[in-house]
Design a protein around this ligand. Sequence first.
Ligand code: PEP
Ligand code: MN
Length: 350
Amino acid sequence: MIIPKEPKLTPAQLAEVEAIVTEYNCVIQPIVGAKRSIYAILGDERHETMINRILGLEYVDRVDQIDSPYRLMDIHSELASGELTLGGVTLGKEPLFIAGHCTIDPKQPNLLYETAEALKEAGAHILRGGVWKPRTMPYSYQGDQKALEILVEARARTGLPINTEVMDDDQLKLVMDAKIDMIQIGARNAVNYSLLRKIGAATAGTKTAVLLKRGRPMAPVDEFLAAAEYIAAAGNPNILLCPRGTLPSIDGYRNHPDECITQLLKEKTWAAVVVDPSHSVGRARYVPGAVLAAMSYGADGVVVESHINPSHGIGDDPKQSITPDVCRQLFVDARMVWELRRKYNAPLAG
Ligand code: PEP
Ligand code: MN
């Protein structure tokens, strides 16, 4: 990992570095952060002469060689010094609240517009809304491109940044054309490495953040971080990790709530953890408790399904969406738990 003295290399400097690493069958991948860029050496970066030649360049501050299977996501990576600000929230400085429909109903755009206005008023920072949905049955509603237009319109009306899930290249192109603020990679695609790479590459150098859900089977911590590494290594460090419950489920809950993984992630990575309690527990009445639990385990934020009128929603909304009214109180209480939890953060860092 090459750390330049200035916030980024000039094109001529980059070309010079590239010429050196090519001799050793390596390539350079710029990782563009909000404040500075760093340059990953992809390939076998242990050639001593190659490293020494790079260190000899006057514009290079240092070359970090992190012994980790996920060297960009690792807590000791230079990326740890970056800051991510979304919807006016700098992660780690205050809790991030993402909320909105599981699934946007393209026939009833007003439901999203009303939800978005009410959520904004309730204190949400980012609006979520499913355009295309990963459905178990091929005959269930699969999504509709028109829903993307509705989501974009909701952003225009409220000023809230927007998040939606992408499952393939065509969808990726459409959301990038729409200047999406956050792309969600769902639990079913969490280990779809070619998709992770493509999303990382398509969003490299943009402000678009990527919310990576944890895989549905009990994906170990290292597997979760390695999946995130694909996105970072393709050029985008604006990554949020999203535990959302795993399978097999606890009887009565939709999944096995896994918000406690946050403490383990925080010891290994600098990335923000934004928990999805809605898919963990799968019932609206259990969601508030799961939100508070997520905060007490040290989450940087939550993403909850919320609908102005859940029984008129589609997808998961009728069963697991909470109303913006509930969100208003819940966000206040979640913020209190987040503050309370911060008192105990110091020992974890040690
Ligand atoms: C969703 O967010 O609506 C969704 C389908 O989530 P997951 O990928 O976690 O199941
Ligand atoms: Mn859902």
